[in-house]
Design a protein around this ligand. Structure first.
Ligand code: TYM
Length: 327
């Protein structure tokens, strides 16, 4: 029996290189060894306001990106979170064992609720990590491959699983995370102290996977750099370190090899080389995204949901029995 992995991405904003390098790139490799489930988490996306038409387009786009990046629907199940209503059902149940202070501690909630003022933050945004725990626990997930920013949420999923098991008897697998050191925290191009983010205030923060060539070149030209002119990979130069990381991950060269390539050259040459590397990587990806029809992707999503639904139904049945519900 293969071990199971589960992960997901919100169809909010534009998917960017951080999402690819921190998550999707690893999923493509992991699907060879694991029983893999990848979700488009639309229920999470609506914890902040979304335009319905854009949400619809983005949900399909995220699924196309999964496929174009190499997620194989023969090996992995790809589905839309809201197609399996057991996610919200389990989230409600887990809400009753989650504690307010443990949710108040969540840094993502603190960041997102501060952005537009705490008074306007939805209760959904507050309990967002509980829904994420439900996503994971519903499928007997053993491992959750994510970027570093999700580790606190996985810790909560572990705590809730263990708490439920203790109270009601063995029900959930206590999941562990999987992060890959190199891509786990891609920083913003406009500020290397903050992560690259879909919801960043400026589009100069990120390279979207769907950005056209001119935009990519413009964004890389504008990317902040550190003082000095040499291309060296070190902690004292966080902006350059981040750019070298991106270059290294996209071209499968080590940072040392990249330093060597640009020895004696300056930021101008390095940025041109980096922009080339990004364009060379994204162009074929974008062509593959463009070649997938909406009908094709919707069919794959429906089949994906049909594949995983029995697991979710079985788990909810078990949970309800343990809670003393009449079934
Ligand atoms: P989301 O949509 O914010 O991000 C999707 C994935 O991309 C990773 N990521 C990054 N990795 C490296 N550098 C970055 N700058 C960067 N930005 C984002 C994230 O860590 C994530 O792996 N709550 C989740 C979605 C979710 C989920 C789940 C994940 C819902 N249910 C169950 C795993 C399991 C989120 O908002 O990801």
């Amino acid at each position: 029996m293969k071990q199971r992995i589960f992960s997901g991405i919100q169809p909010s904003g534009n998917l960017h290189l951080g999402n690819y390098l921190g998550a999707i790139k690893n999923w493509v490799k992991l699907q060879e060894e694991y029983d893999s489930i990848f979700c488009v988490v639309d229920l999470h996306a609506i914890t902040v306001p979304q335009d319905p038409e854009i949400l619809r387009q983005k949900t399909i786009e995220v699924a196309k990106i999964y496929l174009a990046a190499g997620i194989d629907p023969e090996k992995s199940a790809i589905f839309i979170q809201s197609h399996i209503s057991e996610h919200t059902e389990l989230a409600w149940i887990l809400n009753t064992i989650a504690k307010i202070p443990e949710l108040e501690k969540m840094t993502q909630f603190k960041d997102k609720s501060q952005k537009n003022g705490r008074e306007s933050a939805s209760v959904g945004l507050f309990v967002y990590p509980v829904l994420m725990a439900a996503d994971i626990l519903l499928y007997n997930t053993e491992t959750v491959p994510v970027g570093e920013d999700q580790l606190q949420h996985i810790e909560l999923a572990r705590d809730l699983a263990a708490r439920f098991n203790k109270k009601f008897g063995e029900t959930f697998i206590v999941p562990k995370h999987f992060v890959k050191e190199e891509g786990m925290r891609i920083m913003g191009l406009d500020d290397p102290r903050k992560k690259m983010s879909k919801s960043a205030a400026s589009e100069y923060n990120y390279i979207a996977l769907t950005d056209p060539e001119e935009t990519i070149r413009k964004k890389i030209k504008k990317a902040v750099t550190d003082s000095g002119s040499e291309i060296i990979y070190c902690d004292d130069k966080p902006a350059l370190k981040n750019l070298i990381n991106i270059h290294s991950l996209l071209t499968d060269q080590t940072p040392a090899e990249i330093e060597k390539m640009y020895a004696g050259k300056g930021y101008g040459d390095f940025k041109n080389g980096l922009a080339d590397a990004i364009v060379n990587f994204l162009k074929p990806l974008q062509e593959r995204i463009g070649a997938i029809s909406d009908a094709e992707v919707l069919d794959i999503l429906e089949k994906g949901a049909a594949k995983v639904r029995p697991i979710a139904i079985q788990k909810i049945f078990d949970v309800k029995q343990k809670l003393g519900f009449i079934i």
